[in-house]
Design a protein around this ligand. Structure first.
Ligand code: GUN
Ligand code: FE
Length: 459
């Protein structure tokens, strides 16, 4: 059993992080000194001056913790797109298109969160499971309900997860059912403001581990007055914004016909695109849309698994990264049928290759794929799942560098029931991370720390 906290202690570990896109930094027997607030104070490598002294001093004062052989330290995962209330639906309801799925399955499920006992039960399971899966930061859509959304905030604080939580705003009676929508523009706006105050004033949130998010579900669910008001709130409060953008042909086409411009252009006019905006999916962005996101320094949440079911398109991750866009990875629970960021890393690699090569064997090879190199590898996937997502959210996590919070997981490659097999003869350096990304599973996830504190001991 590890110590309950690494605050004011030093960890001796080997592992990996990827602060720079496309590169893996292999950490071998490094000393990570953690301060009183869970921040990384120093990372010392064996070749650095003072290493032996620092190691001796930590050991002599009983403040040294070490990872055993076969265990590797990784930054915790940053899931940039989760619908918390949809967890009971994970792995189900995948048989219809997005616009039918919302009305037939998803709105009825989300409406149940009016029942606070149900909300507490479902959200407790979700947050515990995500932490055990290695997700140390999550960007959550909740529901339209004030009280249930507060319960999600409370549970994240109780369990110690770093989280950004939004009360969903959806008030358009043309597209939202009577049983599940904000009753008015005022309800959508005042509910959003109230949640921001609740989170920021929460006595259990002195470190700001949970943050509020302005959350218009997507343009088709919101009236223009609500979008306008939410843009003003975002400007006033300086908090994060999240929504869905150009996800599927239906969603993209809906906005084009209602506003005559793309989602991105429209959201931008409402003041909803800025440095702290996270736009989910973004599959059908135009070149101009990408430019707008770049200029505003906004981010995309890439949801590779979900896109295979609901988008009918693959987000061009590689070109977005090459253009310098901020991109994080999202599970999109429950649009994507996996809560695992590792599985979504694999999906990101797989779909990027299928986009390049194409999929229809009835077409000749030259006409089968995108015609340009779109493939990414495990390095890019791991980066967007950790440091990239953190940077996109402007949070000091996702890498092991001084000043960053110590949010980390252990991959125990020798865990009973695990799915990764390493070979001394063959597996070395970043090759071990490659195997972790492609073959590790929940049984291999050991201790999880957030802000230096143990939040899960054994997956
Ligand atoms: N667009 C609007 N709402 C949703 C949702 O809940 N999931 C997904 N994938 N897309 C959406
Ligand atoms: Fe979504």
């Amino acid at each position: 059993m590890p110590q309950p906290t690494l605050r004011n202690r030093t960890l001796l570990a080997s592992g990996f992080h990827a602060p720079v896109l496309g590169e893996v930094d292999v950490l071998t027997d490094v000393l990570i000194a953690i301060g009183r607030k869970g921040e990384i104070v120093a990372v010392t490598r064996p070749a650095d001056p003072g290493y032996a002294e620092a190691r001796f001093a930590a050991e002599a004062s009983g403040r040294l913790e070490r990872l055993p052989e076969g265990s590797y330290l990784l930054p915790g995962f940053v899931d940039c797109h989760v619908h918390a209330p949809q967890y009971p639906q994970l792995g189900a309801a995948l048989d219809v298109p997005l616009e039918v799925w919302l009305q037939k399955y998803t709105f009825p499920l989300e409406a149940r969160y009016q029942d606070l006992a149900f909300a507490r039960r479902a959200y407790s399971l979700l947050v515990a499971d995500l932490i055990a899966n290695g997700t140390t930061t999550a960007l959550y859509f909740a529901t339209v309900h004030q009280d249930a959304t507060r319960i999600l905030v409370d549970i994240c604080l109780e369990k110690g997860q770093r989280a950004l939580v939004g009360k969903v705003a959806m008030d358009d009676p043309e597209t939202c059912p009577d049983y599940y929508r904000d009753a008015s523009v005022d309800a959508a706006l005042s509910g959003t403001r109230a949640l921001i105050e609740y989170v920021r004033g929460h006595p259990g949130n002195p470190e700001g581990r949970v943050k509020p998010v302005v959350t218009p579900r997507f343009i088709p669910s919101c009236t223009d007055a609500t979008l306008q008001g939410l843009g003003e709130i975002a400007g006033d409060c300086g908090c994060h914004v999240q929504t869905h953008v150009s996800e599927s042909d239906w969603a993209h086409g809906y906005v084009l016909s209602r506003h005559g411009i793309t989602d991105t252009e429209s959201l931008d006019r409402f003041g909803l695109i800025g440095r702290h905006s996270m736009l989910a999916h973004a599959n059908l962005l135009t070149v101009a849309d990408m430019e707008t996101l770049k200029v505003r320094q906004a981010a995309v949440a890439h949801c590779p698994l979900s896109n295979a079911f609901f988008a009918g398109a693959v987000f061009p991750l590689k070109s977005a990264l090459e253009k310098g866009l901020h991109v994080g990875l999202g599970t999109d629970i429950s649009g994507g049928p996996s809560a695992s960021m590792l599985e979504n890393c694999r999906a990101a690699v797989t779909v990027s290759r299928m986009l390049e090569s194409g999929t229809d064997p009835g077409r000749p090879p030259h006409a089968r794929g995108s015609g340009i190199p779109t493939r990414i590898d495990f390095r890019h996937a791991f980066h967007v799942a950790t440091a990239g997502g953190a940077k996109a959210l402007d949070l000091p996590v996702g890498e092991f560098s001084p000043g960053y919070q110590f949010d980390a997981i252990v991959i125990d490659t020798r865990a009973k029931g695990g799915s990764i097999r390493l070979w001394d003869e063959f597996d070395h350096g970043e090759g071990i991370l490659q195997k972790i990304v492609f073959t590790a599973s929940k049984a291999n996830i050991g201790t999880v720390w957030i802000g230096g504190e143990v939040v899960s001991a054994d997956g």
